[in-house]
Design a protein around this ligand. Sequence first.
Ligand code: F6R
Length: 609
Amino acid sequence: MCGIVGYVGKEEAAPFLLDGLSKLEYRGYDSAGIATIDGTKLVVEKCVGRLAALKEKIDGHVPKGTIGIGHTRWATHGRPADNNAHPHTDGAGRFAVVHNGIIENYLPLKEGLLKKGHEFKSETDSEVVVHLLADVYDGDFEAAVHRVLTMIEGSYSLVFLSKDHPDRLICAKKDNPLVIGLGNGENFIASDIPAIISRTRRTYILNDGEIAVVHRDGVDVCNFAGERIDKKVFEVNWNAEAAEKGGYEHFMLKEIHEQPKAVRDTMSQRIAKDGKSVVFNELKWDKDFLDSIDKISIVACGTAYHAGLVGKTYIEKLVRIPVEIDVASEFRYKDPIIDDKTLTVVVSQSGETSDTLAALKEAKRRGAKTVAITNVVGSSIAREADRVIYTWAGPEIAVASTKAYTTQLVAFFMLALYMAEIEGTQPSERIAELIAALQKLPDDVSRTFEDMEPIKTFATKYGFNEDAFFIGRSLDYNVAMEGSLKLKEISYIHAEAYAAGELKHGTLALIVKGVPVIALATQKSVYEKTLGNIKEVKARDAVVIGIAAADDTELAKYVDHVIKVPATDELLIPILAVIPLQLLAYYAAVTRGCDVDKPRNLAKSVTVE
Ligand code: F6R
């Protein structure tokens, strides 16, 4: 996730900018840059790589000036490169801008600006903002920023610097964090509190739809309509470590709670304006291309493999193309039956998993067409695949994958809808209905957190059990597998996921009095059958926690506790149903005193075979 800093005051800006950015390094980034105003000159220094590379680049000629902005970039639009790093400037070098988020309508805006003669230096969506500013500017900086905000769509935190107004920074927020640090004769801006707490603990936390004009002696905040807002000072009492985690105890918990935004960002720019179709500019497939494919092969490891299982159902149900799925370490050595009529989809959060990368190369060697679903722009897997669908989840720091999984499901769901539309395998009304459910999903994810207290209680109570079972049918079984993996890897509890109908073929022997069973019953098409299996474990005195949709009235009669998630289409409910399981694993691990973010024996990116 990108980091933003800004300074206006009486001291040199660059030392604060560099120090503030270093406090945001933990969030992951691939390039960095700063801009200051030195007298009447706007000075920009930026480069790909770590902050150390930027410091080396400016060694001996650190940009001067008492006002400036800085940025660490986590690539989305455009690979990690010097020209794609922020701050971006307009052609005349009058303005500089740093941006976090996604400008959804940047393409049409860019086309318009190109026609007017603006020259772009980067492949980013962000650069469009600074050219727009230059385009509408008539001497009134604030008015120009207001005007730009009416033209851009998407999510953003933005900070604007103007050579003509070296006494102020203007910042604006929508769906991305932005905080103003209040000093004495100096003020600070940052995307996250860690960047500023060594200088001040008095802050204004900006809300969506707010703009602030930040001078060294004062801050004026208004809404996008220009109405003044009286902000309350928020005193930060977190220590530096807690601040990095946004006040959460662990990165994993923070990332679990970032899922509404991660899901929204992954959908962003991929739904047509009329809400009736999915747009994948990065694929540009047509009927001829899809007709040339007779099967799909999904390959991935761990959590990404579990996402692939759900993806298989999405594609088979909506597109009616057969899908095979393999864990990457098996695929490589099984002499896979794939050829140029196969589309291989590899899934990897990091884009660096060695087994998945090798499987991708093997698929290509056999002539398959390939597409990668990954979270890291410019990663090895992204570079190797023919096409890439990025999940815009932002960097995942905890070893246990959470927001990467839910965004991979969103990517698969959209891919299936996209293919179904091209192939004509679903009526357009059904596609529109599913897209409407998808658009509601970020809010559904947010609402899922409202009723999670019982999960904490259950995890605390059963956290010291040595075994747990997860059961479900159909998509619920796939989610059960992910829940079981999460519990194992961070709490070290032995957990097994079982297809509920398969229990009686062996595993039922392990279900005895007091054994915790997490039973997912969100899939209406197999609901009665699942209930039958739940009764089987209840009859053996298991302690059953059921996961159901909000409109469920039955399950409570058969289980010890029910956790409800918002009701939505049964294809999308896995994205909600996994959240209580992530929280269950988290709280069980906390109860057992485990190192939640860095579980034993595991690494975030597995680059060995
Ligand atoms: C589990 C987990 C792992 C990864 C697996 C693949 O929480 O994080 O199972 O999913 O190592 O990693 P990526 O997705 O980076 O290829």
